[in-house]
Design a protein around this ligand. Structure first.
Ligand SMILES: NC(=O)c1ccc[n+]([C@@H]2O[C@H](COP(=O)([O-])OP(=O)(O)OC[C@H]3O[C@@H](n4cnc5c(N)ncnc54)[C@H](OP(=O)(O)O)[C@@H]3O)[C@@H](O)[C@H]2O)c1
Length: 243
């Protein structure tokens, strides 16, 4: 497998959660990392936590805004791999109560944002590079009620990657689909109740606990390093799809 030492990796969503774990693991592998998020303060705080591990810089950009996405790649310059983990809490309305403005905002950020990342990344992504986007367990185990939109969007990523892997070849395009991961997003969605949810899920799934970002980060690094992986979705969920 190819080494990541000396490679430049852009992690969109790298200031928190899964993306922070990917950034930390990439730095540990000797890569230079650019972390991206909307909040400059969060980027600064994450940059401080990561600084001892290697060369890391932050670029504040909203992946739902095309001018921001274009500026991100202009600023970062030539790079080797893109990992996109950015996302916000999904809509969870029963279908008959759907707030269409919220749904449009979610789709714009998560899916249209990924399209814009792929479009602009191609200007500066080096030969032999890769893009990895993030799907999730909600496509396989949709929360009921209220899971239809997040399930549809998460599910669409596998097909996005398959088509792009053909169109952009030899650039490789893949997806990581995590199960539940203990991140700041859960604090935002359920607060203190997170502990109870995680205990219950941990007791159900084969590996006996919910993942940390460090558990899922190696899947992203593997897809960057393995030059024979493209158009693929890696599930890393501790067996959550089985229960
Ligand atoms: N945690 C889980 O259990 C889990 C499981 C499966 C799939 N996922 C998916 O994985 C993704 C990441 O989840 P997470 O738990 O790591 O979330 P998180 O801890 O809240 O981190 C989200 C990251 O994305 C950034 N971000 C959000 N919207 C953005 C935008 N429009 N443009 C640029 N950056 C943006 C955030 O920074 P700013 O707020 O500063 O922008 C932050 O760095 C989500 O799409 C989620 O649905 C999560």
């Amino acid at each position: 497998m190819a080494t990541l030492a000396g490679k430049k990796i852009i992690v969109v969503g790298g200031s928190s959660g899964i993306g922070f774990g990917v950034a930390a693991a990439a730095l540990e592998s000797g890569a230079e990392v650019v972390i991206v998020g909307r909040s400059a303060d969060k980027l600064k705080a994450a940059g401080k936590r990561l600084a001892g591990a290697g060369r890391v810089t932050g670029v504040a950009a909203d992946m739902a805004n095309e001018a921001d996405v274009a500026r991100l790649f202009d600023t970062a310059g030539a790079f080797d791999h893109l990992a996109a983990t950015a996302g916000t809490p999904p809509p969870n309305f029963p279908i008959v109560e759907t707030d269409m403005a919220f749904v449009r905002q979610f789709v714009d950020s998560k899916l249209v944002g990924a399209v814009m990342l792929a479009k602009h990344a191609m200007r500066t992504l080096k030969a032999g590079g890769s893009m990895t986007f993030t799907s999730g367990i909600n496509k396989d185990r949709p929360p009921i009620p209220g899971g239809s939109v997040v399930s549809a969007i998460a599910g669409s990523f596998s097909y996005f990657a398959r088509a792009l892997a053909l169109e952009l070849a030899p650039t490789r395009v893949n997806i990581v689909s995590p199960g539940w991961v203990d991140t700041e997003m859960w604090d935002e969605i359920v607060g203190q109740a997170k502990v109870g949810y995680f205990d219950q899920m941990g007791a159900r799934i084969p590996v006996g606990r919910v993942a940390t970002p460090a558990d899922v980060a190696p899947a992203y690094l593997y897809l960057m390093q393995n030059e024979f992986m493209t158009g693929e979705t890696i599930h890393i969920d501790g067996g959550q799809r089985l229960v």
